[in-house]
Design a protein around this ligand. Structure first.
Ligand SMILES: [Mn+2]
Length: 322
């Protein structure tokens, strides 16, 4: 038995589908698919421990430094039970633990210039039963992660799929079904994708109107928004991306996913030189939290009690930039 553990965005799912297609061709069965978030990866891996697969492939799930010790333990538990692990990723934090991964017996396929779907397209699509379909699917993941461009048709498809995946009603079951449809029917979109994409656009428009009132700092290069207490329905990253594009500034949005933590998600528009992952994660570490991501798309979390301090520090950090 094999399992794929994927991040739930288009890059994660597209790369998972390509890997799944290869495993299905080689082993005759569709691998089990689990959707994971970096901050809870240890818990997702533990779900596999009761019936450990021979092979586990992770796609697009980055290492979150705050939970790395727990992830390490889950990895050790799985490998002790005979599982082999291949980690396909493009997040710098994962590469930073590559020596530890090697010691744990985990293989790492990493790129710093593309995304997980880039690796899927270059390495795995040629090994599937339909290389051109899976190369196209992987290209959609690359477009969604902003590492490649595409013609009008591909860009529209990528936007629509990314929107559907981000709809408030898009749960893991929908994502798992979508990957199955790609692998088994070689079909990219269906009616449910269209309905969910529309739901997403409506929800996003509503939240954008609401969040305009929550700006706590706005300077030449950056905006800080305090959305603690507001329900963002999983749209925080999308709101930040849309605002970063519209305002042409770095956008940082703080929100409270639960009572214990404050999360800040940050997006950087193309013309601004600001490494969100490293700037924000060093702030978070000082305040007892963690996180990271990419230079232009990062998220950190700190204990709720440090929320006010974090917002203040973010404003100061962005005010210093010209
Ligand atoms: Mn990605």
């Amino acid at each position: 038995m094999a399992a794929v553990v994927a991040h739930g965005d288009l890059d994660g799912l597209a790369s998972a589908a390509v890997v799944s297609a290869v495993l299905r061709k080689k082993r005759g069965a569709h691998p089990r698919l689990l959707i994971a978030q970096p901050y809870a990866l240890h818990r997702t891996l533990l779900k596999l421990a009761s019936e450990p697969p021979e092979l586990v492939v992770l796609t697009d799930v980055g290492v979150d430094e705050a939970v790395w010790p727990s992830v390490r333990k889950s990895v050790e538990e799985l490998t002790a039970k005979g599982a082999r692990i291949l980690w396909v990723d493009h997040h710098a934090q994962t590469a930073r633990v590559s020596l530890e991964l090697a010691e744990l017996g985990v293989s790492l396929l990493y790129t710093g210039s593309g995304c997980a779907s880039t690796i899927a397209r270059e390495v795995f699509a040629p090994l599937t039963d339909d290389p051109s379909f899976f190369a196209k699917l992987a290209r959609l993941g690359e477009i969604a992660d902003n590492v490649a461009g595409g013609d009008r048709e591909l860009t529209l498809l990528a936007d629509r799929l990314a929107a559907a995946l981000s709809a408030p009603s898009s749960k893991d079951e929908f994502k798992v079904r979508l990957v199955k449809m790609w692998v088994e029917e070689k079909k990219l979109v269906d009616d449910e994708v269209a309905v969910k994409a529309e739901e997403f656009e409506k929800a996003l428009a509503r939240k954008l109107a609401e969040i305009e009132q929550r700006v706590v700092f706005e300077g030449e290069v950056g905006v800080v928004i305090d959305a603690r207490g507001m329900r963002l329905e999983g749209l925080a990253g999308h709101i930040a991306s849309r605002l970063a594009r519209e305002k042409g500034k770095v956008v940082a949005i703080a929100f409270s996913p639960n009572e214990r933590e404050v999360v800040v998600t940050c997006r950087v528009p193309p013309h601004i030189d600001f490494d969100a992952a490293s700037e924000l994660s060093s702030l978070a570490l000082k305040l007892g939290g963690g996180g990271g991501g990419l230079a232009r798309a990062a998220a950190i979390r700190v204990p709720s009690s440090a929320g006010d301090e974090l917002l203040k520090k973010l404003g100061e950090l962005l005010a210093r930039r010209k």
